[in-house]
Ligand binder design. Structure first.
Ligand SMILES: C[S@@+](CC[C@H](N)C(=O)[O-])C[C@H]1O[C@@H](n2cnc3c(N)ncnc32)[C@H](O)[C@@H]1O
Length: 269
């Protein structure tokens, strides 16, 4: 019997040409800073981990840094679940000393983060500064923090210097990461293992409850953080004109609202 014989079904058993939906192509978004400067952001076309959007958490925490750049200036910054990495770029623009932008170690996502660093480097003077300051790295929440902390070594290339000096990150950014309730413990573990043990370090946790009926579960993150010894303070609540996703179910006011919290080590640590 010849290869390709269709047993007389006339091709009935073949997959139609468009049987496997093609992967959506990458997209671009332009974020306009308060100053009017634009940042062009590339996003992966599709992501089971939700890296294919620019979420409100990233936009509003970026505005928050621009309102008072001392929140990031001269600081070492770690962003978790960055996707486009907008807040990391803004931190770099406003003079952060070192920024490590991380997301799930999917090559497509890491490549896209690096593309955004390169594009921002070309757009913002002095040329070469953003590229030198910001690293794009794959990292799973709760994973080994040593390779991240090692990025703070003077070589800045993952050498063991900083791991040896014990210096950690002054600022952490968690933008729209609370929707995965099973991961709250892993996020808090990473906060404990990467945030400089000082009253002056801060984790900026900005988010919207896109599924309003689960907002108490989203907020459960802060109970896990408190149980781990952190102090939690709400610093922002902003209602946007419209929700990120039109026609989503649930309370519209909740969908339009972005909340910002700062998580710190307690006094006297
Ligand atoms: C809702 S998106 C938020 C993206 C970005 N922070 C923003 O505000 O635009 C969640 C991000 O977390 C990442 N992520 C989800 N689970 C993760 C995990 N276990 N470890 C690392 N990153 C994860 C996703 O890839 C995605 O980029």
């Amino acid at each position: 019997m010849d290869e390709g014989d269709d047993y007389g079904t006339g091709g009935l058993m073949d997959d139609p040409e468009d049987y496997y939906p093609s992967t959506p192509p990458p997209t671009q978004q332009v974020f306009t800073m308060g100053s009017g400067r634009e940042i062009v952001l590339n996003l992966v076309g599709h992501s089971p981990t939700e890296a294919h959007h620019l979420w409100n958490g990233a936009k509003i925490v970026s505005d928050y840094f621009e309102e008072d750049p001392t929140r990031v200036r001269g600081k070492t910054v770690l962003e978790l679940g960055a996707a486009s990495g907008l807040p990391s770029l803004v931190a770099g623009i406003f003079g952060a000393k070192k920024v490590v932008m991380t997301d799930f170690p999917d090559p497509d996502i890491v490549m896209t983060m690096q593309k955004n660093i390169n594009a921002c480097d070309e757009a913002f003077e002095p040329r070469g500064h953003i590229a030198k300051t910001i690293d794009a790295v794959g990292f799973v929440w709760g994973g080994d923090p040593v390779p991240l902390i090692a990025r703070l070594s003077p070589e800045g290339d993952g050498g063991a210097g900083s791991a040896a000096t014990g210096r950690r990150f002054d600022v952490l950014i968690l933008a729209d990461l609370l929707f995965r309730h099973s991961e709250h413990g892993a996020l808090v573990k990473t906060m404990r293992e990467t945030m400089e043990i000082s009253r002056h370090s801060a984790a900026y946790v900005f988010f919207t409850s896109y599924r309003p009926w689960k907002k108490d579960l989203d907020m459960g993150f802060f109970d896990v953080a408190r149980e781990a010894g952190f102090e939690v303070e709400q610093v922002l609540e902003k209602k946007l004109e419209k929700p990120l996703f039109e026609n989503d179910p649930g309370d519209l006011d909740v969908q339009k609202t972005v909340k910002g919290f700062v998580v710190r080590w307690p006094e006297g640590v």
